[in-house]
Design a protein around this ligand. Structure first.
Ligand code: UD1
Ligand code: UDP
Length: 385
């Protein structure tokens, strides 16, 4: 079998974690067939949003780091495209692997497709049907620049079909004749692999935070709609703070630096109130193994994150989503995830309902068999040779 070279592009926290599933499968099953080159755009650069994952998850170290850092969408994406283009021309890979929906995904898709490199999109087909989200534009453009599209869910696969992608296309596949697949989710592979490791490696983590099984709520907030609209951010957090005090329950908040910056800058007095509240623990972003422990042992998850919503399902925890819509619609249909937007009444009602609920919720296997990365790599090998 001829050997292929893949350029793996990451930039933001969830992509670094996702790419570990692919790196691990290359390393364990395909090291004779695939050479991986890892490009980090540098979109995330703080240790807790980037380096911690390379250390902890034994991911292939970046061969290139563009170091683009933070900037407005246009400048950030343009810097990434310029840097990725140079690497593409130098490395001439057989395919370019992209994950999810960040500006790093978009830049990879535009740079690669314009130079006629095959784009492979993992987590294709997800849609919020809200184009005011930067991620929605990134998803649509990346999917329509791709040659191989791996949709993680039935809903994502159907979205691709309704945008004109045809499952009956036959090889050779190109950007004009792309191939769509229904796979599972590589983050489910990761959960299965890392959950046991988290227990072994982080034995004292929960104890150090004075947390015990089922006695706290995990909260993450980082979406621009929630962080940049500080009235909205205040409404959400004030509602949660009241609930924590009324119910005497601890809220653990590993916040993205974006959220902390907004609180510090726009709501300094309120930020102090939060920090002084005995039921609230605002902590820096945690590592993935630590996050697994927080998710696995909490009572409820409150989040606006895509990845954390899905992980709530993996760990069989009900999830309150601080958004109007979600790409992981099967979770809402299943009744284990509820969308509350930033509505205090809805946040209150759902929080109380889920805290007091004793009925057994069901968490069907929506996300594959835990071997999705292997399946994806097998298909890439078949299609790109
Ligand atoms: C990005 C993705 C989002 C994803 C999230 C995962 C886009 C448009 N958004 O959002 O889809 O859910 O990553 O976490 O690609 N910052 C730091 N340190 C860092 C990185 C960022 O402090 O290492 C701060 C900066 O103030 C920056 C802000 O966070 O301006 C936003 O960073 P950016 O990468 O633009 O978007 P995220 O909100 O992280
Ligand atoms: N995560 C983490 N530490 C944290 C918060 C999140 O390791 O402090 C992980 C989380 O377990 C999930 C991923 O980061 O795997 C989700 O990333 P994020 O919420 O930043 O982005 P999204 O999934 O919304 O794009």
């Amino acid at each position: 079998m001829p050997h292929i070279k893949l350029l793996n592009i990451v930039g933001a926290r969830p992509q670094i974690i996702k790419s570990s599933a692919i790196s691990r499968a290359i390393h364990t099953k395909f090291s004779n067939d695939i050479t991986e080159i890892l490009l980090h755009t540098g979109q995330h650069y703080d240790k807790e949003l980037s380096e911690v994952f390379f250390d902890e998850l034994e991911i292939h170290r970046p061969d290139y780091n563009l170091g683009v850092g933070s900037a407005g969408h246009g400048r950030q994406t343009a810097l990434m495209i310029t840097g990725i283009e140079e690497v593409l021309l130098k490395e001439k890979p057989d395919g370019v692997l992209l994950y999810g929906d960040t500006n790093s995904t978009l830049a990879g898709a535009l740079a690669a497709s314009k130079l006629h490199f095959a784009v492979i999109h993992i987590e294709a087909g997800l849609r919020s049907f809200n184009k005011t989200m930067p991620e929605e534009l990134n998803r649509i453009i990346s999917d329509h620049s791709s040659t191989l599209l791996f949709a993680p869910t039935n809903a994502a696969f159907k979205n691709l079909m309704s945008e004109g992608f045809r499952p009956e296309n036959s090889p050779p596949y190109t950007i004009d004749n792309p191939k769509i697949y229904l796979t599972g989710d590589i983050m489910y592979d990761n959960m299965l692999f890392f959950a046991a490791l988290a227990e072994k490696k982080k034995t004292r983590f929960l104890e150090q935070l004075s947390l015990g099984r089922d006695n706290y709520i995990l909260v993450t907030i980082h979406r621009d709609t929630n962080t940049d609209d500080f009235e909205r951010l205040k409404k959400i957090l004030a509602t949660l703070k009241n609930l924590a005090e009324e119910r005497s329950v601890t809220l653990v908040m590993p916040f993205h630096p974006r959220t902390i910056t907004s609180l510090r800058t726009n709501l300094p007095d309120f930020y102090n109130d939060l920090r002084e509240c005995g039921f609230i623990k605002i902590i820096p972003p945690v590592s993935y193994l630590e996050m697994i422990l927080l998710e696995k042992n909490c009572k409820i998850i409150v989040t606006d994150s895509g990845g954390v919503q899905k992980e709530s399902h993996f760990f069989k925890k009900p999830c309150i989503v601080l958004r109007k819509e979600t790409e992981w619609i099967e979770l809402v249909i299943n009744g284990t995830t509820v969308l509350v937007d930033a509505d205090p009444v809805m946040i209150n009602n759902e929080f109380v309902r889920l805290m007091d609920s004793h009925s057994e919720l069901k968490y069907p296997g929506f996300y594959g068999d835990g071997k999705t990365a292997e399946f994806i790599l097998k298909e890439i090998l078949l299609m790109l040779q």
